[in-house]
Design a protein around this ligand. Sequence first.
Ligand code: FES
Length: 362
Amino acid sequence: MSHDMSDDKLPAEHAEGHGEAAVADNPFADPGLPAHEPRRTDVDERAEKRAERQVSLLFVVSMLATIGFIASYVAIDPDRIVYVFPLGHINALNFALGLTLGVALFCIGAGAVHWARTLMSDVELPSERHPIEADEETRREILEQWDTGAKESGFGRRKLIRNTMIGSMAMVPLAGVVLLRDLGPLPEKKLESTGWSEATAAAPIKLIDMNTNEPMMASDIQVGSLTFAKPGPSASRPNGLQESDEDFQQAIAKDALMLIRIQPEDIKDAKSRDLGFEGVLVFSKICTHVGCPISLYEQQTHHALCPCHQSTFDLSDGARVIFGPAGHPLPQLKITTDSLGYLVATGDFSHPVGPSYWERSE
Ligand code: FES
């Protein structure tokens, strides 16, 4: 469908440069469009060719960056760490994937914008509103134009181009499919227990303050305070959980604790009170929504708040969810004290830590 929008066919108030007199007479009149200023690429063939090359170059760089993305994914060791100024030491694979994908997308966007600004027509064309349904004449014209375009494009005749184009468009999403490999392997039973599962009544595990790296006593925990802790020495970790341990990140993601102290009479949930020691209650620090570490505690209300999506847990009431998307309470760890008065755990959490997942059994 084509509209002939040359000035001699436009209403007088829409024609370029024709509205100034009307505005002088009537300040509410439509001033029309400003006069069109030709761009350099409109009048200089060399500038036009140069812009064309620049746009193509951006698209070529995007293609190279996409190839770089796939090559990085295949070639770079996922555990390799590199130094990048000013970011410091970072994972080489993540950096390469982010950089190449960023360049690929940026160059497509920049190429499209540069193309539009320098080479596509920049003449503004007012389009008069018209009935949405096309008349018979317009429909016939459109069908004729469609048939002509289909014939001229050779889409039906050039089967090789047509089939390879459909194939290439169908295969592009496969680049994303390879990334699905990162979803595996399945966690199986690994999420159902934590490092605290080694603790027994005969071989309890001490709670170690994350800040001081020292064992904790009940008297160290003040009413209204929030303290974080990790597991002390156990059979499999004679030195306790250390940051230098190979599996530290995975272990701390499951074993991290949050300790608070509430006046025993203020604890609403009797079962939760029994799992604690003289008002000291110990919960998993890992949010049961999607696993962010909880770090905010409001001592007057005993509410713990997850900063990610604002799930709020009432720690005086068995860490019940009182707001937000979390699906279940924070797991609680049963504690007591050993003969020297140090806080110890004698078993694992009351139920699996972290977010809900399909294999979870409560
Ligand atoms: S991860 Fe805590 S609210 Fe979403």
